[in-house]
Design a protein around this ligand. Structure first.
Ligand SMILES: [Zn+2]
Length: 98
């Protein structure tokens, strides 16, 4: 995965960039466990791309910062952001009905 990617700095997003951005939220959450059609772990592909693409790496840092801020807010206002038990039960019922 050590292609000459630096020359893409000011060009349109590559397919690697698009794939990385598609999966970046799940990657940052540690929930990216899928594989691509070739059986490669998407988390490995995203990690490899982030090591070679500054634009995507910057996006990852922004996502991390945003999530850290959200967690801090959630701790301060736990009673406000937490779903009620009845809401959880309804969500679970909806999810299990499909
Ligand atoms: Zn990229």
């Amino acid at each position: 995965m050590q292609q000459n990617l630096s020359r893409h700095a000011d060009t349109a997003l590559s397919s690697d960039c698009l794939r990385t951005r598609t999966h970046l939220h799940a990657f940052v959450d540690g929930e990216l466990t899928d594989h691509d059609d070739a059986g490669r772990a998407l988390a490995d592909l995203v990690a490899a791309h982030l090591g070679t693409c500054e634009r995507c790496a910057r996006l990852e840092r922004q996502l991390h910062a945003m999530r850290a801020a959200l967690r801090a807010t959630g701790r301060r206002e736990r009673g406000v952001v937490r779903a009620t038990p009845s809401l959880r039960a309804r969500a679970a019922a909806i999810l299990s009905s499909h």
